[in-house]
Write a protein that binds this ligand. Structure first.
Ligand SMILES: [Zn+2]
Length: 210
């Protein structure tokens, strides 16, 4: 069940219904079709070598990163969960936010010409931090729009340590996210892909009111 609440200058869609697995699988299906993505299969040797290659470029040697992070390589997405199946640390809501986050990377890569984006992302920690900051911003939008609460910008930025980002990178991302929160809390949808996702989720949640 959902309820639209209009505040002065701010449009909220308060979502108080519990997500069901189909919300997540459908959202992933729609986003994957729109952006031409696929989910990597870690049991497939070709996919596994693609993942290992990408991690090596980023200087990531800790294999446990794959248990805790979703990572996008071009249009291929590695996930530590199966969409629609809630597991510890990956609730259905987390899986919705992750879907938008990863597809934001895909959309950006397209905008910046894939190869160059992927190379810069993988080999330069400051660029990587910037691109991650933008993707974290989409999560803040969803959290505010549907839960009226947000993650702590600094805590989000600190996740970038696992991505081999340095202190300066992390403080830059913290700053970007804190500044973004001002407009997000006024209802801003900062980019087309977030707009698309919110339109879809608004309709989905509104449709489940019965
Ligand atoms: Zn990311």
């Amino acid at each position: 069940m959902s309820e639209a609440v209009i505040l002065p200058g701010v449009e909220f869609v308060a979502v108080d219904h519990a997500l069901v697995p189909e919300d997540v699988t459908e959202f992933w299906r729609v986003m994957m079709a729109r952006y031409g993505t696929r989910i990597l299969d870690i049991n497939d040797p070709t996919d596994l070598s693609l993942i290992q290659h990408g991690l090596t470029h980023m200087g990531i040697t800790d294999p446990t990163v794959l248990q805790h992070y979703a990572i996008t390589f071009g249009t291929a997405i590695y996930l530590p969960f199966t969409p629609g199946v809630a597991i510890p640390n990956w609730s259905l809501w987390d899986q919705i936010k992750t879907c938008l986050h990863e597809h934001f990377h895909v959309a950006r890569a397209r905008q910046y010409e894939g190869v160059e984006y992927n190379f810069t992302y993988q080999t330069n920690s400051t660029s990587r931090a910037y691109f991650e900051g933008e993707a974290y911003r989409t999560q803040l939008v969803l959290e505010w729009r549907y839960k009226q609460t947000t993650s702590d910008p600094e805590a989000l930025a600190l996740r970038l340590r696992a991505y081999k980002c340095n202190d300066a990178d992390i403080s830059m991302v913290t700053k970007i996210l804190k500044l973004s929160l001002i407009s997000i809390k006024k209802g801003a949808l900062p980019d087309g892909i977030t707009q698309f996702a919110c339109d879809w989720l608004d309709a989905r949640f509104a449709g489940e009111e019965a």
